[in-house]
Design a protein around this ligand. Structure first.
Ligand SMILES: Nc1ncnc2c1ncn2[C@@H]1O[C@H](COP(=O)(O)OP(=O)(O)OP(=O)(O)O)[C@@H](O)[C@H]1O
Length: 252
C-alpha cells in the first residue's frame, strides 16, 4: 500500500450492544471513486464515518478493527484527529456552509491550520472555487453569505471548503440527494473531475448515480460487506444473488 492508501481491516462498529458494521475489510483504490450501496440501515454511513473517526462524536459508538491510511492505523487513540480530518474531508447530505461569506467559508480552514497571508488565502479561495466550477458564478460576490447561494452551489461550496485544507481523501454521504437534477449532474461531473486528484468514497441510494460516477462499488447488507468489485461488473454480472436483487430493485 502507498503512503496515502486507505483500507480497513475487520472493521466493526457498535452502537451500544447493536453491531452496525461487521468485520469489514476493504482496500480503496487511490484517485478513483468507490460507491457504497445497500438498503437503508445497512451501515453505509456508519462505515463511511468511521473512515475519519466521525463516529467519535456519537455517544455510545464503539469501533473494533483497523482503518489504515498508509502505515498508520487511525483507530489508534493517539491519532491527531484534527490533522486526520484535514487529510480526509467529509461532505454531508445536506449542504452546510458556515454562516459566513463565500470567501470565509473557504479561508477558514487554511487559516485555522496556520495560513496567514491574504495573498495566499486569496489564491486558495480562487483555486478551490475553480476546482468546484464555482469561480465564474461567485467571483464578483465573494463577500456575500454562503447561505445566499442555491442548494447546488452551497454543496459545491462545501466541497470547495473541504479541498481548501488539502485532503487526499474525500468522503461523501449522499452529496446530491437533496439537490435537483441539474445540480445533481453538476456534482456528478465534479466528482468525476476530482477523482484525478483525490480518492473519493461516496454513499448513494441512487443506483444510476453509483453506476455513472464510481469505478468500484461495495454492496452492504445488514452490516456485512456482501460484494465489492468493479462497478461495471457489479452492475452487469454481480457474483451474489442479493447484490443482483438489490441492484435490480427487487428489494431495499
Ligand atoms: N447514532 C446512532 N445510534 C444508534 N444506532 C444508530 C445510530 N446511527 C445509526 N444507527 C443504527 O445503525 C444501523 C446502520 O445505520 P446507518 O445510518 O449507518 O445505515 P445506512 O445504510 O447509512 O442507512 P441510510 O441509507 O438509511 O442512511 C441502523 O440500524 C441504524 O439504526
Amino acid at each position: 500500500m502507498s503512503a496515502q492508501g486507505l483500507s480497513t481491516n475487520n472493521l466493526s462498529v457498535f452502537y451500544g450492544e447493536k453491531q452496525a458494521v461487521k468485520k469489514v475489510s476493504m482496500d480503496f483504490e487511490e484517485r478513483s471513486v468507490t460507491a457504497l450501496i445497500g438498503p437503508s440501515g445497512c451501515g453505509k454511513s456508519t462505515f463511511l464515518r468511521s473512515l475519519n473517526r466521525m463516529n467519535d462524536l456519537i455517544s455510545g459508538a464503539r469501533i473494533e478493527g483497523e482503518v489504515w491510511i498508509g502505515d498508520k492505523n487511525i483507530c489508534d487513540p493517539h491519532t491527531d484527529v484534527v490533522r486526520l480530518r484535514q487529510r480526509i474531508g467529509m461532505v454531508w447530505q445536506k449542504p452546510n456552509p458556515f454562516h459566513k461569506s463565500i470567501y470565509e467559508n473557504i479561508a477558514f480552514g487554511p487559516r485555522y491550520h496556520g495560513v496567514k497571508g491574504r495573498k495566499q488565502l486569496d489564491e486558495i479561495v480562487e483555486t478551490c472555487l475553480r476546482k468546484t466550477a464555482l469561480w465564474d458564478e461567485v467571483k464578483d460576490r465573494l463577500s456575500q453569505s454562503g447561505l445566499a447561494l442555491s442548494g447546488g452551489q452551497q454543496q459545491r461550496l462545501c466541497i470547495a471548503r473541504s479541498l481548501a485544507v488539502q485532503p487526499n481523501i474525500l468522503l461523501m454521504d449522499e452529496p446530491a440527494s437533496a439537490l435537483d437534477p441539474v445540480s445533481t449532474a453538476k456534482i456528478e461531473e465534479l466528482i468525476s473531475e476530482l477523482k484525478k486528484d483525490y480518492t473519493i468514497v461516496i454513499v448513494t441510494h441512487n443506483m444510476q448515480q453509483a453506476a455513472r460516477v464510481s469505478d468500484r462499488t461495495a454492496f452492504f447488507f445488514l452490516g456485512d460487506l456482501i460484494e465489492y468489485d468493479d462497478t461495471q461488473k457489479m452492475f452487469t454480472n454481480p457474483s451474489k444473488k442479493s447484490t443482483d436483487d438489490y441492484i435490480s430493485g427487487r428489494f431495499g
